[in-house]
Design a binder for this molecule. Structure first.
Ligand code: 9D3
Length: 239
């Protein structure tokens, strides 16, 4: 997978790309990342990327010309293995299902919006998809691009040592459930910390009892923290 990022803050990505799973994947060549400075495609001496909205209103919008020039020079040819994604608060919701869909592509190009938004012709005629990372107001698309690269990057074959670990986790729905359940609570040493004891069952070797406790604890935690997820779980898994 090769990720391209078009941004007016190319330096933003320096540290996140050097650390953790993504950093290792880049080092080993499993993932490529190319950061592009949008201002490289401006033609005026002020390197203007924004302008005032038609019809009036607060703030500035990102202009079409530098964004179209950037994408068309990075990718002179578009194809089915390449997708341009506009990151904006008005996009469709990015989910784990979308991450699993995007990982099959060869290259992704993220357009990071800034200011009050982006001229709508970018969503309509340049981007293949417009994505949001949730009902949170960010100040631009850079954090969203980093989040999506992390989610898609770690699904890329070979990136995690253990391929199986990408399926047995929160948001990888149990088979046939039609819903999702959070990870169960977990503990490590010491068995007692400041008077708080690790559940007794986990200290013994009764693996059937441990499995049962984990399932119930996961359901309880899901109900408490994410009641919206419980609504999507079928009877067979809950009981
Ligand atoms: C007048 C309302 N505007 C500011 C409160 C709307 C607005 C404009 C620009 C809100 C956010 C942004 C910048 N956000 C993004 O570029 C963005 C984003 C987000 O804000 N939330 C979730 N996902 C994303 S992806 C890109």
């Amino acid at each position: 997978m090769i990720f391209h990022i078009v941004s007016i803050f190319p330096d933003f990505f320096d540290s996140i790309l050097r650390h953790g799973v993504l950093g290792k994947a880049i080092e080993s060549g499993l993932i490529g990342v190319r950061i592009h400075n949008l201002r490289d495609w401006t033609r005026d001496r002020h390197k203007t990327v924004d302008d005032r909205p038609f019809g009036g209103g607060e703030g500035m919008l990102m202009k079409c010309e530098p964004l179209f020039d950037a994408v068309e020079s990075i990718w002179p040819e578009r194809g089915p293995g390449k997708k341009v994604i506009l990151l904006s608060a008005q996009g469709r919701l990015f989910t784990q299902a979308k991450a699993r869909e995007l990982v099959h592509l060869e290259e992704l190009l993220f357009i990071c919006g800034r200011y009050e938004g982006v001229d709508e012709r970018v969503a309509g005629h340049l981007a293949d998809e417009e994505l949001s990372i949730g009902d949170i107001v960010l100040s631009g698309g850079e954090l969203a691009a980093a989040l999506i690269m992390d989610a898609v990057g770690r699904l890329t074959p070979g990136v995690l040592g253990n391929e199986a670990s990408t399926v047995h986790e929160s948001f990888a729905a149990p088979a046939g459930s039609g819903g999702m359940i959070l990870d169960c609570p977990q503990y490590t040493r010491p068995a007692e910390f400041r008077g708080w004891k690790v559940p007794e069952v986990l200290l013994g070797g009764n693996h059937a009892a441990i499995r049962k406790w984990r399932h119930e604890a996961a359901l309880e935690k899901t109900a408490r923290n994410r009641p919206d997820l419980i609504a999507g779980i079928s009877k067979e898994v809950v009981s």
